[in-house]
Design a binder for this molecule. Structure first.
Ligand SMILES: *[C@@H]1O[C@H](CO)[C@@H](O)[C@H](O)[C@H]1NC(C)=O
Ligand SMILES: *[C@@H]1O[C@H](CO)[C@@H](O)[C@H](O)[C@H]1NC(C)=O
Ligand SMILES: *[C@@H]1O[C@H](CO)[C@@H](O)[C@H](O)[C@H]1NC(C)=O
Ligand SMILES: *[C@@H]1O[C@H](CO)[C@@H](O)[C@H](O)[C@H]1NC(C)=O
Ligand SMILES: *[C@@H]1O[C@H](CO)[C@@H](O)[C@H](O)[C@H]1NC(C)=O
Ligand SMILES: *[C@@H]1O[C@H](CO)[C@@H](O)[C@H](O)[C@H]1NC(C)=O
Ligand SMILES: *[C@@H]1O[C@H](CO)[C@@H](O)[C@H](O)[C@H]1NC(C)=O
Ligand SMILES: *[C@@H]1O[C@H](CO)[C@@H](O)[C@H](O)[C@H]1NC(C)=O
Ligand SMILES: *[C@@H]1O[C@H](CO)[C@@H](O)[C@H](O)[C@H]1NC(C)=O
Ligand SMILES: *[C@@H]1O[C@H](CO)[C@@H](O)[C@H](O)[C@H]1NC(C)=O
Ligand SMILES: *[C@@H]1O[C@H](CO)[C@@H](O)[C@H](O)[C@H]1NC(C)=O
Ligand SMILES: *[C@@H]1O[C@H](CO)[C@@H](O)[C@H](O)[C@H]1NC(C)=O
Length: 841
């Protein structure tokens, strides 16, 4: 008994191996070996590599046989780089019914016409195979095809032009799956729908995404009742919205993103089989009819981002019981979020951000699988307490910023072990509930800035050990925080506590936060610069403004190699410790302190230095003279500077703005300063004349040199300053006529001209009538003569006008704008008459 069963087994094994051995026809085997030889260039796959040692080619990787003939060949993902030409042994494998060459690199050649020799093919997959150019007519002879996939990974040069689509698929009556994504079909007329519906009646899968199709989608497509997958995304179809799609009872997947317009038709939501619908990015969609009852929906994914499908969120959305992903962001939605949404128990990801939704947030307590909830940028109100957050044990991302939410933030949220990001900024939250929790160790981003938090600093934060970014700025705690209570937050990269009515205390135990990049502690009652910054090796940006820091700016601060931006403004600093270092920071703000003495040398790359409102009591040269800097911005206003502006300032190549206003500077204005975009020298005692050498084009945008002792003429070359917006030369001793050229500044951006309180003579230039955007013109207290030009009456934006105390004569123009000016604008001119003056003409 035992031996006979052993015999049976033995025979069976022998028989099986003999059969396998004999299966492969020798001709097929040698063709495959030739193929292997041809493809023996670079390829990263393992299938072809393994061919050979065993006799039976039917057992080789990727090879399928029927009766010893190769009928299936799957060389997908082999990364073959050879050139596939018409003499390839591949085209001798005449029994092939399935050929998959997906993901190869057939050297940017066209598809070889020899594919026509493979007349038995039923499934042909050439997606991302590396072919380019026109798809050859020979493909159209493969009349048995059920699957044709020539998808490119991106626009790669594949196209269907001549032969056209009609010729290509016209003889493939069995076609079930057609994918031509990223093949250029832009020359095909809009009758591609008729072509497909008449030639491929059994089509189930159609992917013509990214093919450059345009025109409306013709209703004849509706004849293809078997379609279950349609991807026509990223084309530019015109109206109307293809509502006939609701005929496809078997449709499970529909992607029309970035492709359709017209009035949205919700009937497609009634399709019982539909599981995936993407209409995102269709900005031209008009709100349409969303069905009020939806029965037996299978919809799992609904993506309508940036597709204004409706004015409100329809209540019936709650009937999409299978929904797991919902994206209706940027849809101009108004009104409330319907309560019915709470019935969607399978939700995983919800995005309703950037709408104008109002009212309360419905409870999400039933959506136990919820991972992401994004309601940012709406006008939602009320508290967060309607949801039992403890239940949402999969929540990863909660984004509620920029709403009007209020009340206490449920502390339970921060005990959800999976939570990674909580963005609650820009609301009206006042505090936290008192639940006791085990703080999540996954949470790495917590933003509750711009709220109304008050009371004790929330202690659960001390336990959020994974925290990297913490922003609690702009709140109203009224409490004290010892920075060493944050010692467990070793991964912090940004810590923002500015303006939150917190007194931040630092002691000997203050941790160094080794990964910290950005520290913002403005208005935190600091008495000194945190010593942990010394020798810090990651910090990039520090804001310690509006504190009570006294004494010296320590020289070690310039030695922090990673630091690029430092704000110590609004403190009580008195000097900057001398250093030999050259400062490479991009941005330094030391304004509003009590600094005197010298500043360190800044390197050519420094972008901005703001040191206004200090008490240097010295000359510009001694404050910044030894800098070899190239500031974009230099501001030393109101700092008790005296002496002249040194020519060496020209070496700082200040490009964007220079503010030396309200000092005691005397002497001439160096010519180079008239190349700066924003120049403010007001309130000094600068004398001399303004050089008439402004280049064309000139870069001045705003110029204020009022309140000095300038004399001479207003430069004619200001007419070159096409970007000029504001010109204030008032309260000087300028003489002669206002140049006609000032009215010719080329792009006419100018909004305000003030040359009042000078000694100007001559007429008001008629060219001022050209300054069509002028809002304010002050010529008061000069010695101007002549009449007010009629041309000024056409300045429709002019809202301030003053020519008082001059020597003007004649009738005041009657323009509509002039009717708004009062007597004060004109008084002190003996010769003026007409409204609003009492004197008649
Ligand atoms: C493939 O090429 C390698 C070297 O590039 C060579 O060693 C090997 O013999 C070749 N195989 C065939 C089947 O030609
Ligand atoms: C086709 O390619 C093979 C190998 O890649 C090459 O040896 C042959 O010369 C090519 N034939 C033609 C007609 O280009
Ligand atoms: C082509 O082959 C790839 C990889 O095997 C597959 O993902 C894709 O669905 C195939 N195309 C069709 C239309 O079946
Ligand atoms: C496609 O091309 C064929 C042959 O050139 C032509 O007869 C036919 O009208 C074209 N079809 C369409 C829809 O352009
Ligand atoms: C829809 O699918 C069902 C089940 O797969 C099938 O029996 C039916 O023929 C399909 N309908 C059409 C129009 O293809
Ligand atoms: C909904 O599904 C139920 C059960 O599968 C079925 O009895 C009912 O007819 C369906 N209703 C509709 C409108 O399809
Ligand atoms: C800090 O920097 C100083 C001077 O640059 C150096 O002497 C000291 O060793 C550094 N300390 C640490 C802990 O790196
Ligand atoms: C600078 O001068 C002002 C008066 O001009 C004086 O009040 C102030 O004490 C001086 N500051 C220093 C630091 O010398
Ligand atoms: C210079 O600083 C003062 C004080 O901070 C500020 O008011 C002024 O606008 C600044 N000037 C420029 C050009 O930014
Ligand atoms: C500007 O810099 C150049 C070269 O560094 C120097 O020769 C020249 O004297 C400087 N000019 C002024 C006005 O400091
Ligand atoms: C301005 O400078 C002139 C000399 O250029 C001097 O006479 C005058 O007193 C100064 N005015 C003020 C307010 O310092
Ligand atoms: C500017 O105004 C003068 C006087 O009104 C007029 O002759 C001239 O054509 C205007 N120039 C432009 C560029 O508008």
């Amino acid at each position: 008994m035992a031996s006979s069963s052993w015999l049976v087994l033995c025979v069976a094994v022998l028989y099986a191996s003999a059969l396998a051995h004999g299966q492969c026809h020798e001709s097929q085997r040698s063709l495959l070996l030739l193929l292997k030889h041809d493809f023996n260039t670079t390829h990263w796959g393992n299938k072809i590599k393994s061919w050979g040692p065993t006799q039976d080619c039917c057992g080789w990787a990727g090879v399928t046989c029927t009766n010893g003939y190769v009928t299936g060949l799957d060389l997908s993902g082999e990364g073959i780089e050879a050139v596939l030409n018409d003499s390839s042994p591949l085209f001798e494998l005449r029994y092939l019914t399935t050929l998959n060459l997906k993901n190869n690199l057939f050297g940017a050649t066209t598809i070889p016409p020899s594919f026509a020799k493979l007349g038995n093919l039923v499934h042909l997959n050439l997606s991302a195979a590396g072919f380019v150019g026109q798809i050859p007519i020979e493909i159209s002879t493969l009349t048995r095809l059920e699957t044709l996939d020539i998808t490119a990974p991106y626009f790669f040069g594949l196209k269907v032009d001549n032969p056209n689509l009609s010729t290509l698929v016209g003889n493939m009556p069995n076609l079930v799956k057609l994918r031509l994504s990223y093949v250029d079909l832009s020359t095909q007329s809009s009758d591609w729908c008729q072509v497909l519906s008449s030639s491929a009646p059994h089509l189930q899968l159609l992917d013509l995404s990214n093919t450059g199709l345009s025109g409306p989608i013709h209703p004849s497509l509706g004849k293809l009742k078997s379609l279950s997958t349609i991807d026509l995304s990223s084309n530019s179809f015109s109206e109307p919205f293809p509502s006939f799609l609701s005929n496809f009872r078997n449709l499970t997947y529909l992607n029309l993103a970035d492709s359709v317009s017209g009035k949205f038709s919700g009937s497609v939501l009634q399709l019982p089989a539909l599981r995936y619908l993407d209409l995102s990015g269709n900005y031209g969609l008009g709100p349409g009819d969303f069905p009020s009852t939806i029965r037996n929906s299978s919809l799992e994914t609904l993506i309508l981002r940036s597709a204004p499908f409706s004015k409100n969120i329809p209540d019936s959305i709650g009937q999409l019981r299978m929904l797991s992903k919902l994206d209706i962001s940027e849809c101009h939605l108004v009104g409330e979020i319907p309560k019915s949404l709470s019935q969607l128990t399978r939700l995983v990801s919800v995005d309703m951000s950037s709408n104008s939704l109002t009212g309360l947030i419905p409870t999400f307590s039933q959506a136990r699988s919820l991972r992401e909830l994004d309601l940012r940028y709406n006008q939602l109100q009320g508290s967060l307490l309607s949801t039992d957050w403890k239940q949402l044990s999969h929540l990863e991302v909660l984004q509620l910023s920029s709403n009007s939410l209020s009340g206490s933030i449920p502390t339970a949220l921060f005990g959800i072990p999976t939570l990674q990001q909580a963005l609650l900024s820009e609301n009206h939250f006042t505090g936290f509930t008192k639940d006791s929790i085990t703080p999540s160790s996954q949470l790495h981003v917590l933003y509750i800035n711009e709220n109304e938090l008050r009371g004790e600093f929330p202690s659960f934060i001390f336990g959020l050990r994974g925290l990297r970014e913490l922003d609690l700025s702009n709140n109203n705690f009224g409490a004290t925080l010892h920075l060493n209570s944050l010692q467990r937050l070793k991964d912090l990269t940004s810590l923002y506590l500015s303006h939150s009515n917190l007194v931040v205390e630092m002691g000997p135990g203050t941790p160094s936060f080794p990964l910290l990049k950005s520290l913002r502690l403005a208005s935190c009652g600091l008495k000194s610069i945190p010593i942990f910054l010394k020798n810090h090796s990651a910090i990039e940006d520090v804001d310690l403004s509006e504190n009570q820091i006294t004494g010296q700016v320590p020289s070690w601060i310039w030695d922090i190699g990673t630091l690029t931006s430092l704000d110590l403004s609004h403190n009580h600093l008195e000097s900057v410790e001398t250093t030999n270092a050259v400062i490479w920071f991009d941005y330094v703000d030391l304004s509003f302190n009590r600094l005197h003495g010298y500043l360190p040398a800044f390197a050519k790359t420094s972008m901005g230095l703001r040191v206004s409102n200090n008490q240097f009591n010295s000359t510009i040269s001694s404050v910044v003279g030894h800098s070899n800097a190239g500031f974009a911005v230099l501001n030393i206003s109101r700092s008790n500077l005296y002496g002249s502006i040194p020519e060496s300032i020209c070496n700082m190549s200040i490009s964007f703005s220079l503010d030396l206003s309200d000092n005691f500077l005397t002497g001439d204005i160096p010519e180079c300063l008239l190349n700066i975009r924003h120049l403010n020298l007001k309130g000094n005692n600068l004398s001399g004349i303004l050089p008439d050498t402004l280049p064309s084009p000139c870069s001045l945008e705003t110029v204020d040199i009022s309140g000095n002792s300038l004399h001479g003429s207003i430069p004619k070359s200001l007419g070159n300053c096409g970007e000029l917006e504001v010109l204030d030369l008032s309260y000087n001793k300028l003489e002669n006529a206002i140049p006609y050229e000032l009215g010719l500044v080329s792009t006419q951006r100018i909004k305000a001209i003030n040359v009042s309180h000078n000694e100007l003579t001559g007429p008001i230039p008629t060219s001022f009538g050209n300054l069509t955007l002028l809002e304010s013109l002050d010529l008061a207290d000069n010695k101007l003569s002549g009449s007010i030009p009629e041309q000024l009456a056409s300045l429709t934006f002019l809202s301030y006008f003053n020519v008082s105390n001059n020597q003007l004569v004649g009738r005041i123009p009657k323009g509509s704008q002039f009717r708004k000016f009062t007597q004060a604008s004109f008084e002190g001119n003996k010769g003026l008459c007409g409204y609003p003056l009492k004197k008649k003409c």
